[in-house]
Write a protein that binds this ligand. Structure first.
Ligand code: NAX
Length: 324
């Protein structure tokens, strides 16, 4: 039997956690490797996480080696090869943006430190909990001995939402499309960009007005549309995107395709170095490589700059609080 891969999932008792854990245990994320799950929750939610662990046991997944539940980050990240940081403090009524950033810095800072102190040398981190990009940055800053590029944030749900809209527009299956791109922050300033899209390997052109007036707002507001329809925020699709992100990172992206990943900028496309911002990227040998040299329209260039400015403001707000 192959050596099990240790996966730590925070927010395990939440609704994304509930969808995510069964997909991981079924083998969808790591190419059929056995998995050890370590679940981290706040003390009040440990009992619920234990319940999920009971259900995972009852599903009798052949690849599931073990499930353990913790309310202590140091213990939860012990030996972790993959960390999915899903648990976060949601924005509640009357909460200022600064309060939200501070509350999450109080979660992602200590978790970053615990990752640095206890995770395996090959640790790969995906921040899903919002504000995901800045949460990834905070965790990364607290784990100085871990290479910065091992800290990523999730824009894959936005990427997949974009693919779904484009497939519907073209009347084709989503599997025939490649090279969708999302730039920037996982927020309303994100820049979904279909300008490099291929259908069966051939370029497809979209009218700029349709992209600006319909496509971009539909993708950026899809989360709100799901809440309006379902009465709860996206869960299974978010879990599926997290599975896609880690699977492609570990096992590699499809030949000829790229995906959208928020990772520490090296300054490409004008995004200030160090910000965790979404780029088109391929993965080979377990490492992301940003796709370089793409031609950008003026609208996309301006959108990337505006989203980067928002990321700078988030970073500076956390810095001003002394949390970064
Ligand atoms: P839930 O509220 O259902 O679950 C969150 C869970 O996190 C709760 O069980 C809570 O007890 C736990 N938690 C809180 N603080 C914790 C801590 N310090 N350590 C461990 N666990 C902790 O939210 P859910 O719908 O599962 O969403 C989770 C996060 O994903 C939210 O921040 C949400 O905004 C974010 N999302 C991010 C997306 C993305 O594309 N990046 C899309 C989906 C989702 O909206």
């Amino acid at each position: 039997m192959r050596t099990p891969i240790t996966v730590t999932v925070t927010g395990a008792a939440g609704q994304i956690g509930y969808a995510l854990l069964f997909r991981i245990a079924a083998g969808d994320m790591l190419g059929g490797s056995p998995v050890r799950l370590r679940l981290l929750e706040i003390p009040q939610a440990v009992a619920a996480a234990e319940g999920t662990a009971m259900e995972l046991a009852d599903a009798a997944f052949p690849l599931l080696d073990s499930v353990d539940v913790f309310d202590d980050a140091d213990a939860a990240f012990e030996g972790a090869n993959v960390a999915l940081l899903v648990g976060a403090r949601p924005r509640t009524a009357g909460m200022e943006r600064g309060d939200l950033l501070a509350a999450n810095a109080g979660i992602f800072g200590p978790q970053g430190r615990a990752i640095g102190d206890h995770a395996a040398d090959d640790i790969r981190v995906l921040a899903v909990g919002n504000p995901a990009n800045t949460n990834a940055l905070i965790a990364q800053a607290h784990a100085p001995d871990v290479p910065a590029e091992r800290f990523t944030a999730m824009t894959r749900l936005d990427h997949n939402r974009g693919l779904a809209q484009l497939a519907a527009k073209l009347g084709v299956g989503v599997g025939r499309l490649t090279r969708m791109t999302v730039w920037g922050n996982h927020s309303s300033t994100q820049v979904p960009d279909p300008s490099h899209l291929l259908l069966d390997g051939e370029p497809v052109g979209f009218a700029p007005e349709w992209v600006a007036d319909e496509f971009v707002p539909t993708v950026a507001n899809r989360g709100a549309a799901i809440i309006a329809a379902r009465g709860a925020s996206s869960a299974a699709s978010a879990a599926s995107a997290a599975i896609d992100h880690v699977r492609d990172w570990v096992l590699g992206t499809r030949e000829g395709d790229w995906v959208s990943v928020a990772l520490p900028s090296t300054g490409l496309y004008g995004v200030p170095a160090g910000l965790v911002s979404s780029f088109p990227a391929t993965s080979a040998g377990g490492e992301w490589q940003v796709v370089e040299g793409l031609e950008l329209s003026d609208a996309v260039r301006a959108g990337i700059a505006a989203s980067a400015a928002e990321l700078v403001a988030e970073r500076d707000a956390v810095r001003a609080l002394g949390l970064l």
